[in-house]
Design a protein around this ligand. Structure first.
Ligand code: SF4
Length: 111
């Protein structure tokens, strides 16, 4: 298990008496306040180095050859296909978008 980062409190909201979550992640249509960009186009975490432990522990489907159903469900909500199938172990989506700037070191890529 990895430790969480030093998340800016201003980007969080109370979840319970002793816990907080990223603002927006418990909304009816969840969208973390730290997410920048357009889902399905190009997104990144604006506090990647400081992201909390649940984000650090969440594996993109396909990491280590394992399906992550939660990743697939989150993508499905935005009409996006699963990234990975164990029967076709090549990620089904390219993160390279024509005209986009080069990947920064905090953007996950397929390679
Ligand atoms: S990785 Fe960043 S944008 Fe995604 S939920 Fe965590 S804090 Fe929000």
């Amino acid at each position: 298990m990895t430790g969480g980062g030093d998340v800016p409190v201003a980007l969080t909201e109370p979840l319970s008496l002793h816990m907080r979550n990223m603002t927006g992640t418990n909304d009816r249509s969840p969208r973390c306040v730290a997410l920048q960009g357009e889902v399905g186009q190009c997104v990144s975490c604006s506090i990647y180095a400081q992201r909390p432990s649940p984000c650090r522990e969440f594996a993109m489907s396909g990491d280590n050859g394992q399906v992550n159903d939660a990743c697939d469900r989150a993508r499905q909500k935005y009409g996006l296909p699963p990234l990975f199938s164990p029967h076709q172990p090549v990620q089904s989506e390219s993160y390279v978008i024509q005209g986009a700037s080069p990947l920064s070191d905090h953007v996950q890529s397929a390679d």
